[in-house]
Design a protein. Structure first.
Length: 703
């Protein structure tokens, strides 16, 4: 894909080398010649009028120009390319075919568009009954009166306040007879280092305040200029991405951080050092300095999935004013592994007494769970493999969408009419495309143009939702119409998620505790929609990448709304990443249909996919209550005997004779003292379990 993109770039690598010919005005050129013609509306009104294009084509150019301007950015996100886009390369007239081809080539498909939207905006979910808040990430928009403040050094008053906040004033000085301690916390950005630091410091130092926190975040937030810029951004719903870059260039934050560390070492105070391990060599030098100073060092290593860390980081960046950058996640994980290897190597040396304990935590859920070293390394390696595989699948999905967008026209059967609550309390009609969820008042607005896909209309859904929001809670017909319309334009309600008991699905096992995951069964329903969607407490971004990140055997089953021969199921099966459970029962003959429509059984939409080492013995299929049959499988689990807590005790056999009063008295007399003891201690569950077990043991078959 990178080669395809770079083939559009000229020798300077900054603008597409695309020849152009306007079908309406017969002007031609490479875009440079025409950059002063057909600009925005205001400039075109002042042009010489040499172009005789139709008003419809002019409106198309305007919409395309605005759309591309909306998508302008400095980093192309998931594609991994860094391209500075010039505004002038979009300012030239073009006909409909060139516009679609240019968008498909330049934007690299829907993955690029979705990446732009995720990168350039942050949406804070609103409280029930309130709308979401949207923060736009910007560059070069810092007010002129605030920008000089970012280059100012810390004042003496600010330094004194920082010394007090980080604990340099209040932390105790360790006497010469004892060794001061240093607690390192390694992990990627937004993994929860600061949260865990307070708990770990209280555990090791007696109280969290009895240590000096050498954390650049606290120093940064105390800078008056940066704080003012962050507050300005929060008040105006923007995030100034270049604010931290400007402050970092001054070196005042890093310099004060080194000064605090030197003062703490000189004072023999306990130290807490959160670090992302992006520069392992610098960390090794600091470890050597603390070792020479006689410190006893301990380490805590954190890991969190990149999707979860990015979610936390983006929400945190709105409050702190520093934009979260996901590109540091994987380098931080790799740096943490390098520091771990160095730490263990130093512990094995004769003079390695300064290197103490090292603990590992999976911070993918709250609270973080302590794991072993092997498990910790497995999480990082599996996440990297899953990330690469997810990227490959995303590229295949993008290629399929670009191909479909260039070949498939709107057809009449792709449009549906839905009720729409109007402002005058009446109910009108809207037309929706089932592929891209585009909304229009009249069917004639769909002129059999090439479907632009969901990403092209994603920015309009917030405006559509504002029209529906006043009616969503209405119990009458308008509320029902509003809720139906909301679903049809691609805005799904999150499902309620029950929680699994702590320890039943996780604990010390190889899997993390999580809520029961509900995957959206309609997400794979139509081409152009994302084939992955989940509503759950963990909210993995992709079923396939989530399975890959687990690094374990897994089964994905349900109503896919796709047959196995359709994309993306077919690609997952063809790549060998997953196998079809129906193979064991039907072989190459094909599975019988499971969906029953008005004309009878049509397609097999309900089935299971599994990883390679699982074995399915038999498939069961019975008529369901609705339009889908009930499908379930018998399978073998190639695992060692499960721990005791995962085993289900077999039911006790029922007695053949009825339980008489005398028999119950004789049986219960042995347990009555224990039963009353449980009640006196308030152990109601134990008392009930004792009573229930004895009653179950003595019940006759008729009970």
């Amino acid at each position: 894909m990178q080669e395809a993109f770079m083939s559009l770039m000229d020798s300077e690598g900054t603008r597409p080398a695309l020849s152009h010919s306007c079908g309406a005005c017969n002007t031609s050129g490479d875009g440079e010649v025409q950059e002063n013609r057909h600009l925005d509306r205001k400039v075109r009104e002042q042009a010489d009028g040499s172009c005789t294009r139709s008003p419809e084509n002019r409106r198309s150019d305007e919409r395309m120009f605005q759309f591309l301007q909306y998508l302008r950015l400095d980093e192309t996100g998931r594609a991994g390319l860094s391209v500075q886009v010039r505004k002038r390369q979009f300012r030239m007239c073009r006909n409909q075919q060139e516009m679609v081809a240019r968008r498909s080539s330049l934007l690299l498909g829907s993955a690029f568009v979705s990446s732009v939207q995720q990168t350039e905006r942050i949406i804070l979910p609103g409280k029930p009954g309130e709308s979401d808040e949207i923060f736009h990430i910007t560059r070069g928009k810092i007010p002129a009166e605030l920008k000089p403040r970012l280059s100012q050094p810390f004042t003496e008053e600010e330094k004194e306040r920082i010394y007090s906040q980080v604990g340099l004033v209040r932390a105790e000085h360790v006497p010469e007879s004892a060794r001061p301690k240093a607690l390192w916390i390694f992990g990627p950005p937004a993994a929860g280092k600061s949260t865990l630091a307070a708990e770990a410091a209280a555990e090791r130092f007696g109280q969290a305040m009895n240590a000096v926190s050498v954390d650049g975040n606290e120093i940064r937030d105390a800078h008056d200029g940066f704080r003012r810029v962050a507050e300005h951004g929060f008040d105006h719903h923007v995030l100034h991405k270049d604010a931290w870059d400007a402050l970092k260039e001054t070196g005042c934050v890093e310099g004060l951080k080194k000064s605090i560390l030197k003062k703490a070492i000189a004072n023999r105070q306990n130290i807490v050092l959160p670090d992302c391990a992006l520069k392992p060599e610098r960390v090794k030098d600091m470890l050597k300095s603390l070792q020479d100073a006689g410190y006893e060092m301990h380490a805590i290593c954190l890991w969190a999935p990149q999707e979860e860390a990015e979610r936390r980081g983006r929400l945190r960046s709105v409050k702190t004013g520093k934009a979260y950058n996901p590109k540091f996640h994987q380098p931080s994980c790799e740096g943490t592994l390098e520091v771990i290897a160095h730490w263990e190597n130093q512990m094995s040396l004769p003079n390695g007494g300064s290197f103490g304990s090292i603990e590992f935590y999976d911070a993918g859920s709250a609270p973080a769970i302590r794991v072993g070293k092997d498990h910790f390394e497995m999480l990082i390696r599996c996440a990297e493999r899953g990330r690469r595989r997810s990227k490959e699948l995303a590229l295949m999905n993008d290629a399929a969408w670009v191909k479909q967008a260039s070949e498939g026209d709107h057809a009449i059967e792709e449009l549906i009419a839905i009720p729409w609550p109007e402002k005058d309390h009446s109910i009108g009609i809207r037309f929706v495309c089932v592929l891209c969820c585009r909304l229009a008042k009249q069917e004639r607005y769909f002129k059999r143009n090439k479907c632009q896909g969901m990403p092209a209309f994603a920015k309009y859904r917030e405006a559509w939702l504002r029209e529906l929001r006043p009616w969503l809670d209405d119990e009458g017909p308008r509320g029902k119409a509003a809720r139906l319309a909301k679903a049809k334009i691609g805005i799904a309600e999150p499902a309620a998620v029950p929680d699994l008991p702590q320890g039943l699905f996780g604990g010390d096992s190889r899997q993390r505790p999580m809520g029961l995951c509900h995957f959206d069964t309609m997400a794979a329903g139509a081409p152009g929609r994302p084939f992955y969607c989940a509503t759950s407490t963990c909210r993995p971004p992709s079923c396939l990448s989530y399975i890959a990140e687990l690094g374990e055997e897994a089964v994905l089953m349900g109503d896919f709304n796709l047959v196995e021969a359709e994309y993306p199921i077919s690609d997952a099966l063809a790549s060998g990443f997953l196998r079809a459970a129906n193979e064991a029962s039907h072989g190459d003959a094909g599975a019988p249909p499971t969906f029953q429509g008005l004309s009878g059984y049509t397609r097999c939409l309900d089935y299971a996919l599994h990883t390679g080492r699982l074995v399915f013995d038999y498939k069961h299929q019975v008529a369901g209550l609705a339009d889908h049959d009930l499908v379930f499988y018998d399978m073998q689990l190639p695992v060692a005997p499960l721990p005791q807590r995962f085993r289900l005790q077999p039911p006790r056999p029922l007695q053949a004779e009825a339980v008489t009063t005398q028999l119950w008295h004789d049986v219960w007399s042995q347990h009555e003292a224990s039963f009353r003891g449980y009640l006196q201690r308030g152990a109601i569950d134990d008392a009930w379990a004792l009573l229930s077990n004895e009653g179950e043991r003595e019940r006759p078959p008729s009970c």
